[in-house]
Design a protein around this ligand. Structure first.
Ligand code: GLA
Length: 387
């Protein structure tokens, strides 16, 4: 049983039941940097998972053990919780800060977690931490929060404790993921539909550039500000425009001359990416994977040239995918500046094709990449036991 040793070391004979929670990583098939512009995204939960075990204590102490890195965090639930210099701790401090405001938290807990989600790979290991912990706290203290509320608290923790002004895509995918399906989410209304992902003779593979995206938080927040600036300019022309989602190609053609060239490119990218998500879903309905893949390549082009969140290593991997002749769609995924490309690859000899891309990556970029063949699985859930 997972965490057997930790559990046996905690209060023996505790009257509180231990609770196990699994929280998955996510991929995003298409719709990048559209969530905080209130547009469309198409993410899915996958079979890379963070595992949690929590048990309430009788006193006020809260102890979080990060098993993978051999570190821990201890606080009193009544403390005024503030961000820590250790980034991993901020997901826990932030979620606890918002959850305890319910007034229903009356005692501490022991919690241990470990994860097989690569960090810094654009798979949102962070949302898995915040959502998994949120679900564990919700269950342990019987807070009665909905999945949507847990997702929003996880996002708040990321904004105010971690310092990244992320959208809601990652938390939504983690909380609402469904096996074999992606989630077409409208980030303005929070309405979503499950979209079956039927790949037949193809499969999904992530190719990790192993470039860690340190730039993400600063550049990410900058992109968000750039988009908000465009909205404030367009609003003066048309008061009905509240977000970049409301801006059309027609607006851009009519009022675009008031934008500088960078703002113009950002705006053009977001309009096109929202359109691509809609077209990609239509392609899935029509079982047209080739069109879906072509839209992924276009998305990457926009991210690299207009939104400028790619890097030479990711561009190399996408080019290599195209040249392989076996990969019908490839794009960078997540915040950018490193991490993985998502690829739809033909099944026969998929591993050989990926190996050959990785060896030319090593030769030309001087880095060891890595590949993860992945499956779409269900979202965050409480398990009966850790068995
Ligand atoms: C990160 C953020 C998401 C989203 C993506 C880009 O993963 O957490 O909210 O903005 O980047 O699509």
């Amino acid at each position: 049983m997972r965490f057997e040793k930790e559990l046996s070391g905690w209060e023996n004979g505790s009257k509180h039941n231990p609770i196990w929670v699994n929280a998955p990583a996510r991929i995003n098939l298409i719709g990048e940097h559209t969530d905080y512009n209130y547009g469309f995204v198409l993410p899915a939960a996958i079979d890379k998972v963070a595992y949690f075990l929590i048990q309430l204590r009788e006193d006020n102490h809260c102890k979080v053990e990060a098993k993978d890195i051999g570190d821990h965090l201890i606080f009193d639930f009544q403390d005024d919780l503030k961000p820590s210099a250790k980034n991993w701790q901020n997901y826990f401090l932030g979620v606890m800060h918002y959850m305890k405001s319910s007034g229903k938290v009356k005692q501490g807990f022991n919690l241990v977690f470990e994860s097989d989600i690569p960090t810094g790979a654009g798979m949102s290991s962070s949302a898995a931490l915040a959502c998994g912990f949120g679900m564990a706290i919700n269950e342990a203290y019987q807070l009665g929060l909905s999945k949507q509320e847990i997702a929003e608290i996880a996002q708040l923790a990321e904004h105010h404790f971690v310092g990244v002004k992320c959208g809601i895509m990652d938390q939504y995918a983690c909380m609402f993921g469904m096996e074999g399906h992606a989630l077409k989410l409208d980030c303005r209304t929070f309405q979503y539909q499950y979209q079956k992902i039927q790949l037949d003779d193809y499969q999904l593979v992530l190719i990790d550039s192993k470039v860690k995206h340190e730039l993400t938080s600063t550049e990410y927040n900058k992109r968000r500000e750039e988009c908000e600036r465009v909205v404030s300019i367009f609003k003066k022309q048309d008061p009905a425009i509240a977000t970049l989602r409301d801006v059309t190609q027609e607006h851009l053609a009519n009022f675009g001359k008031v934008l500088d060239s960078v703002a113009f490119k950002r705006c053009d990218y977001v309009i096109n990416e929202n359109r691509r998500v809609v077209e990609a879903c239509q392609a899935l309905h029509a079982n047209d994977l080739q069109l879906f893949g072509a839209l992924m390549y276009q998305s990457h082009k926009g991210l690299a040239h207009d939104y400028e969140v790619s890097c030479k290593e990711l561009d190399f991997l996408v080019d290599a995918a195209r040249q392989s002749g076996h990969i019908i769609g490839s794009r960078m995924m997540g915040g950018g500046f490193g991490g993985c490309t998502l690829n739809i690859i033909a099944q026969p000899n998929a591993q050989e094709v990926v190996n050959s891309i990785l060896s030319s990556y090593k030769e030309k970029m001087g880095r060891d990449g890595e590949s993860y063949f992945i499956e779409i699985k269900e979202g965050c859930k409480i398990l009966d036991s850790g068995a």
